[in-house]
Design a binder for this molecule. Structure first.
Ligand code: ADP
Ligand code: MG
Length: 268
C-alpha cells in the first residue's frame, strides 16, 4: 500500500498533539485524562508541555531576576539553569508519570535531546530563548511505534550545542506540523476562547485578527491562537483550545474553541 501524503508519519492511527499549558500542569483533572484514555484506541498522541508558573516561583525563591519583555522571559544563564531543571526534569517527569498512571505508558523527552533545534532569538535582549523551532521527528516516531506516549519539554539545542528555551505553544505547533498531526489541541485553564461568559465555538483567521485588535484575545491567549493559525495546513485542518479541568470530548463531540483555516469570518 502506498502511504498517502496526508497520513501521519507513523502509519495507522491519526495523531493528536496535545499542548498542556504550564497553567494547567499541576491542575489536570482525572476526568480530563479519562477523556484522553477513551480516545486511545482511535488516535496516537504526543504531549508538549509548558511550566511557566512553576519556573516563576522557583526563580522567585532563588531571587533570580527574569523579567518579561514583549511576553518573553529574559533568560540569563542562572535563570536557564532553573528552566532546565523545572521544565526539562521535574515537570516533564511528573507529567509523564501522571499519564503513565492514568492514560498509557509515557516517556519523558527533553526537546533538546534530538527533537527540537533553534537558534537564539536575540541573545542581547532575551538571553537563552530560542526562535523558530525546527523538528526532527525520528525520536518521537520511535516511542509511538512502540505504543509509548512521548511527553516533550520545549527545550531546544542550538547549532553550537547550547540549550535554549522555546515557547511551548510554538514548539507544539512545530511538532504537530512536522508529524502531520490531525489536530493540535491546546489544553489550558479556560474552557476555550471566551467573549465575556460565552465560549466562542469557532474562530477563523479574520476573527482572530479582529478579536486581538479589540483586545478580547490578550495575554497568554495571543501566542496560542497565533501558533494554531501558523500550524494549520492541508493536513492539520483544525486546532482546538480546551480546558484541562473537563473532558476534552464527550461521545465524539469536542469541547472548546475550534480554529480553522477559513479566511471568511464565521463568528463575527
Ligand atoms: N479571550 C480570551 N479567552 C480566554 N482566555 C483568555 C482570553 N484572552 C486572554 N486569555 C488568557 O489566556 C490565558 C491562557 O493562557 P496562558 O496563561 O498562557 O496559559 P497556558 O499555560 O495554557 O499557556 C487564560 O487564563 C486567560 O487569562
Ligand atoms: Mg502560555
Amino acid at each position: 500500500m502506498t502511504m498517502s501524503k496526508s497520513m501521519p508519519v507513523t502509519g495507522h492511527k491519526p495523531l493528536l498533539v496535545l499542548k498542556i499549558g504550564g497553567s494547567m500542569i499541576d491542575e489536570l483533572e482525572s476526568i480530563f485524562l479519562k477523556s484522553v484514555e477513551e480516545l486511545r484506541d482511535r488516535y496516537q498522541f504526543v504531549i508538549v508541555h509548558g511550566a511557566g508558573p512553576s519556573i516563576s516561583s522557583e526563580l522567585k525563591e532563588r531571587k533570580i531576576d527574569a523579567p518579561f519583555i514583549h511576553g518573553l522571559r529574559r533568560t540569563t544563564k542562572p535563570a536557564m539553569e532553573v528552566v532546565e531543571t523545572v521544565l526539562g526534569e521535574v515537570k516533564n517527569r511528573e507529567l509523564a508519570d501522571r499519564f503513565t498512571e492514568e492514560v498509557m505508558k509515557a516517556v519523558g523527552i527533553r526537546g533538546c535531546d534530538g527533537v527540537i533545534s533553534a537558534e537564539f532569538l536575540d541573545f542581547s535582549s532575551y538571553g537563552y530563548v530560542g526562535g523558530t523551532p525546527r523538528i526532527e521527528t525520528g525520536l518521537l516516531k520511535e516511542p509511538l511505534e512502540r505504543s509509548f506516549l512521548p511527553v516533550v519539554s520545549p527545550l531546544a539545542r542550538t547549532g553550537n550545542g547550547e540549550i535554549v528555551n522555546v515557547n511551548a505553544d510554538t514548539a507544539a505547533a512545530g511538532i504537530a506540523k512536522a508529524l502531520k498531526a490531525d489536530k493540535l489541541i491546546f489544553v489550558t485553564d479556560v474552557p476555550g476562547v471566551m467573549e465575556g461568559d460565552r465560549i466562542i465555538p469557532h474562530l477563523s483567521s479574520a476573527d482572530i485578527r479582529q478579536l486581538i485588535e479589540k483586545e478580547t484575545i490578550h495575554g497568554g491567549m495571543i501566542p496560542k491562537v497565533r501558533a494554531a493559525e501558523e500550524a494549520l495546513s492541508e493536513t492539520l485542518r483544525e486546532a482546538v483550545i480546551v480546558s484541562g479541568k473537563e473532558p476534552m470530548s464527550v461521545n465524539g463531540e469536542w469541547k472548546g474553541t475550534f480554529i480553522t483555516k477559513e479566511e471568511k469570518g464565521m463568528f463575527l
